[in-house]
Design a protein around this ligand. Sequence first.
Ligand SMILES: Nc1ncnc2c1ncn2[C@@H]1O[C@H](COP(=O)(O)OP(=O)(O)O)[C@@H](O)[C@H]1O
Ligand SMILES: [Mg+2]
Length: 305
Amino acid sequence: MSEERRPSYEEVVRELEELKAVLAALQSGQADTLLGSSDSSAVEIYRVISEQQEAERTELIRRLEHLSRIKSDFLALVSHELRTPLAILQEAVNLILDGLVGRCDEGVKACLVMAQSNILRLGAIVNDLLDMAALEAGRLKVTKEKENIQLLVEDSLKTFQSSAGEKQVRLSFETGKDAVYYAPVDRNRILQVLTNLFGNALKFVRPGEGIIQARVLRENGWIRIEIEDNGCGIRKEDKEKVFQRFEQAGGRGPAPAGGTGLGLAIAKEIVELHGGRMGVSSEYGKGSTFFFLLPTASRELPDRQ
Ligand SMILES: Nc1ncnc2c1ncn2[C@@H]1O[C@H](COP(=O)(O)OP(=O)(O)O)[C@@H](O)[C@H]1O
Ligand SMILES: [Mg+2]
């Protein structure tokens, strides 16, 4: 029986050195560079480990994707089931308030007005959840048509006139005088973006001294829509956060915040579905300017600011 040759001290040290190098590379995520460069047993061990890890990773991703799909479907289903009863409730309250089912005294009316505004709020939340579910599932589509963006922004601003009046907030609109700015957009979706931005601006300005300025400008073949307010502003560290889902970071303003924290996340995704970009510049305590860019044609995006 031939006795197995015992490795020399140098060979053991070399093998250990290689193993150490492979482990270091494994930890730093650069082990791929070692593969192919050597065929030692240490590399073979690494290869087996990394194949196992890869299989586990793939399985984990598959399960996470499955769970995410279940969550989106569940969200869509629940939101959908809430929409119908809400619509019926709203209709019933409207009928009573309009006096179509008989007279009701002022006390009852006051209660119903309160119920009506909460039904509307709940409806808006359900719509946000439905949109979010559709976005996650890649089901939210935009149907673009050529629109006059200046008119779109002005129309949206007008819908805020009475609530701004109640809060004694000044609204203004500026745009280039000599040109009409057209862009291919989904009218209702861009109105949704504008409604969120104006709604937020109004929510975070102080009553009696609030100023909200909307601007439509041209920027290298892009249309830039800006909504500036002199409200509570957003802290530097919260600027990215406010565009994330369910985040209400920046403006614990003078008014109770309300809302779901979904509006800006949805607005940003809608703008991106148009091939555009959304952002904010803000000084905490002084105000914020939310902006978004819409392409008028297929051009490159300007640099990030
Ligand atoms: N104009 C603004 N001024 C100050 N903070 C703002 C403004 N707009 C948005 N924010 C901050 O971003 C958060 C997220 O906004 P949004 O996604 O529209 O959700 P929601 O309006 O439901 O709170 C707000 O709760 C607020 O903290
Ligand atoms: Mg909002």
